[in-house]
Design a protein around this ligand. Sequence first.
Ligand code: FES
Length: 127
Amino acid sequence: MGTDCVIRIEPQEKEVTGKEGETVLEALMREFYGREGRTGFYGCRRGGCGACKMQVVSGEVNHDSTYSRAALTDEERTRGYILACRSRLQTNIVIRIPKRKSRLGRYRIFDLDQHESHQSVGGVDNG
Ligand code: FES
């Protein structure tokens, strides 16, 4: 593992420090998993389910080519989406984590909004 890489999460404006070469998911889980007794994340962690899909707004990751195209389409890749479990940090990055609905709801990643309940920035709250 190399130097520190900062992961900035928008719009919540949270920052997590990871290590170059570590997956984005490993860094995020270290920060959020189990906080306040809640399970922060569960998913396949091998590119199969799409639970860790998020968008890189800026910065670079090394995205492994081994993952399910059902979990992340080529079109999504061109729009900057990644699977965090398949992406190794190379630089500081800025990410956006989409909200989950429907049958993948059980794969909720990070309850960031619960930490920021006073701050509703452009999000759609469907209850
Ligand atoms: S955790 Fe399943 S694709 Fe990343």
